[in-house]
Design a protein around this ligand. Structure first.
Ligand SMILES: C[S@@+](CC[C@H](N)C(=O)[O-])C[C@H]1O[C@@H](n2cnc3c(N)ncnc32)[C@H](O)[C@@H]1O
Length: 452
């Protein structure tokens, strides 16, 4: 399948290389940026970090950044098919990874998906991909090949597509093991799950009830001609995504971006004023903010990653809320003051297999064995946290995974180990992009500690 790890640049530039100029507002420029981002992902970097690296290097305008981001995300959703097409049209995978990335990005822009209009004219994409290759010392040698492959695809699209779509990885745009695992876990729903993971997510907001009611905030949106619908107690979905800082009142903390399924955590924990609450894997603080919007709490937000902890602080500052922030490992006790908690939120680290529509790179970055390792870490975290909970206190296990080993398997084994009482909770929410019922794939299990 995809080349596992190749260095982006393999050879020094030839001495006689003469660069072809690429205008910063051209598609060639955006293709180059996106190809670089895709190459970084193939080397193991997550797409948001890959894009940050590209933007730091290429000084792109806001428009060019938008185009680079759009092409990279599209490519991550199509790379199974693009890769299979390249395999069908070439005798070996194009090198370096940057060239492979460029071809995947260009193919993604000219592959027809259902009834969707193509974002650019195919002949413009071919021309600009050739310009992009010509402009780069490590790809200029292959400009003829780029031209030939893309033109061949346009000529033979129907036959090539029929052939490659026989491979599940090309048809679904997930690694074969992912398709197999999904089918085994969800014999009825696997196709809908995989399809939903390939759709761009909606922009869902959580209204900060401390600042305004949902009805008031909907009126603000209407006055600013932002079409939106209420889809949960605090959840509003915008008809069309907009950049975060253009969300009315966002910078003043009137609303936050949070998926509808993620908004179920705070109500399930059923918090009341004065409670001692631990948010054990808290960064970037989406659920921390919601808990603090729900009641006046003595909340400790813990995360093992100090950099991500600063994101919690930024979010709380924006919302005008406060908590005690601690860097620490939730599977250890060295950060704990010994006082028991009334409520614990354990949003444990997981494969994130339920949020691939937001992070389409995850499927290509994960290995099949990751779920086993992450489930073992999460079990240690849960066992450790249980000792920190008051009798009759509640612990909510959350994962953004659809793999049973990380979700129901984990919850059942935990309840058995500790004789924990299981309370009502949604269990496995499968990801869906279906009208108003539109949310990520999360898992919820709620436990109560028996009275002392
Ligand atoms: C799913 S994310 C949490 C999302 C967060 N609850 C929210 O709603 O915004 C999981 C978090 O667990 C943190 N983490 C991973 N291992 C940890 C550990 N052993 N102890 C504490 N935090 C950990 C990661 O740094 C990551 O921020």
């Amino acid at each position: 399948m995809l080349p596992p790890s190749r260095k982006t640049i393999t050879k020094p530039a030839p001495a006689d290389f003469k660069a072809v100029e690429v205008k910063p507002d051209s598609l060639a420029f955006s293709l180059l940026g996106a190809a670089q981002a895709v190459a970084y992902v193939l080397e193991g970097t997550a797409l948001p970090q890959a894009l940050a690296k590209v933007f730091a290097q290429n000084n792109a305008s806001p428009q060019a950044r938008g185009a680079i981001q759009d092409i990279s995300y599209r490519t991550m959703r199509q790379v199974g098919q693009a890769d299979a097409l390249l395999t069908a049209m070439t005798s070996k995978a194009p090198e370096p990874a940057l060239l492979y990335g460029l071809l995947c990005c260009a193919l993604t822009l000219i592959i027809k998906v259902g009834d969707e209009d193509l974002p650019y004219e195919p002949f413009v994409v071919v021309d600009q991909a050739v310009t992009a290759a010509s402009s780069n010392p490590h790809m200029a040698h292959a400009k003829g090949m780029v031209n030939a492959i893309l033109r061949r695809f346009l000529r033979e699209q129907d036959e090539l597509t029929i052939t490659v779509l026989k491979q599940p990885a090309a048809l679904w745009n997930y690694p074969q093991w992912w398709v197999d695992q999904c089918k085994a876990a969800y014999p009825k729903d696997w196709q809908a799950i995989l399809r939903s993971g390939n759709l761009p997510p909606p922009l869902t907001l959580r209204v900060n009830r401390r600042q305004n009611s949902v009805a008031d905030y909907l009126r603000v949106l209407e006055a600013q001609q932002v079409a939106a619908t209420q889809i949960g107690p605090d959840a509003i979905r915008l008809a069309k995504p907009v950049p975060v800082h253009q969300i009315p009142g966002f910078d003043r903390g009137h609303a936050s971006v949070q998926d509808a399924a993620a908004q179920m955590a705070a109500p399930l924990l059923d918090v009341a004023n004065g409670m001692r609450v631990l948010d054990a894997c808290a960064a970037p603080g989406g659920k921390t903010g919601h808990l603090l919007e729900s009641a006046d709490l003595q909340l400790t937000a813990l995360d093992s990653d100090p950099k991500r902890l600063t994101r919690i602080q930024e979010n709380l500052d924006r919302l005008g809320l406060s908590a005690t922030l601690k860097t620490g490992d939730a599977s250890k006790t060295n950060w704990w003051d010994g006082q028991l908690f009334d409520r614990i939120l354990a949003d444990v680290p997981c494969t994130a297999s339920g949020i691939v529509r937001r992070h389409p790179d995850i499927r290509w970055l994960r290995r099949k064995s990751d779920a086993t390792q992450l489930a073992a870490l999460s079990a240690r975290i849960l066992d450790n946290l249980w000792a920190m909970l008051k009798p009759e206190g509640k612990l909510l296990l959350v994962t953004c995974s659809i793999w049973p080993m990380e979700s129901e398997g984990q919850a059942a084994a935990f309840a058995k180990r500790h004789q924990a009482i299981r309370l009502d909770a949604p269990g496995q929410l499968l990801p869906t992009s279906d009208g108003n019922n539109d949310h990520d794939g999360l898992f919820y299990a709620l436990f109560q500690k028996p009275a002392a």
